[in-house]
Design a protein around this ligand. Sequence first.
Ligand code: XUL
Ligand code: CO
Length: 441
Amino acid sequence: MSYFTNVNPIQYEGIESNNPLAFKFYNPEEKIAGKPMKEWLRFSVAYWHTLTMDGSDPFGNPTMNRPWNEQYTGMDAAKARAEAGFELFETLGVPFFAFHDVDIAPEGSHLRETNKNIDEIVAIFREQMKSSGIGLLWNTANMFGHPRFMHGAATSSNADVYAYAAAKVKKGLEVAKELGSKNYVFWGGREGYETLLNTDMALELDNLARFYHMALDYAKEIGFEGQFLIEPKPKEPMKHQYDYDVASAYAFLQKYDLADHFKINIEANHATLAGHTFEHELHYARVNHILGSVDANQGDMLLGWDTDEFPTDIYMATLAMYEVLQNGGLAPGGLNFDAKVRRTSFEPIDLLYAHVVGMDTFAHGLRVAQQLIDDRVLESAVKERYHSYTGGIGLDIVNGKTDFHKLEAHALDANIINKSGHQERLRGVLNQYIHGGKSLR
Ligand code: XUL
Ligand code: CO
């Protein structure tokens, strides 16, 4: 069966092209700051949204036209999905994909049977990965969908469920090792709570940390060397999620002696749900040396939930790629499109349109961000703003050479003169760069 082979591989045609199946900004081999664009961007397709999901929502039935899922059932559908997936990845020219265990194979009546189903698909992946050169950015265990996880997984009130969750992650790490995955992700869908009236938060947090330590031990035991990632999200499905944002995840990792072994997978729509900008979360992780990977999508500012839209906002992508460039890239992480086409974009071709615009948006952002860096636009503005720390009392502060006596002595005689932050001027310059203009200086 051929699902996408009737479409030619997507090519770079440049900004003048009118072809919706061509890149206007993403030119994989073109060098930006000494590295090919494809290495800065490290794009990945999310198996669940693109190949598995059917478009149903809490109000309505499936809408998606997905021949690979509809013409088969059970393991045959899983195999057809894998075939369609690799055709799509190759047509797009993405170097990576990502999946949950349940996306790739149906659950059996027992875990033993589920694992057997997974093994069958993993064997197909291994062959397809070998012949195509496409890699696995990350895999993860879905520990939120099945009713057994109603009270959580590694924070469940039920020890049997905790053990089941551990067994799923154990299998996930074996799969990660087998497929040479670059990372392993933990998103705690139900690791949180609804009400303190029935919750032992202290026990749940301790158990979660024990779970992560055991996962690290097992990875070491089997020789899996990929990066461990935590993906924060403040709410949905739980009212309170323990990994609310980058800062709360980092505090947890530090408290439980895990900070050297984990980095963060930052999702744009999760950042905005937490009341942060995407770039805030990236920056917070970067300056704490825990920026691991990105789930590239965007939310809708008018809706208070995780809409997981394909990223089209160049402003957001520019500021995000500014952080990625400052970080020296994301490897072994990447930009995974944890994004779904709208329910009304139900044709298979929409999956191509969506990924093309998502890839182009981040490629555009990369180009603009590199120009901002080349011209030291924001760097100069920040440097100027903090000038007072480069000499005198400011230099003593940053060198740790002062105390409250000396600071008081300075303050008692100081004539304080503040300088403007020029925020509006900087926003204007940013707009000019995004629209292709050069520096105002
Ligand atoms: C949910 C979400 C997940 C994780 C992986 O909001 O983002 O798909 O990325 O479990
Ligand atoms: Co995600």
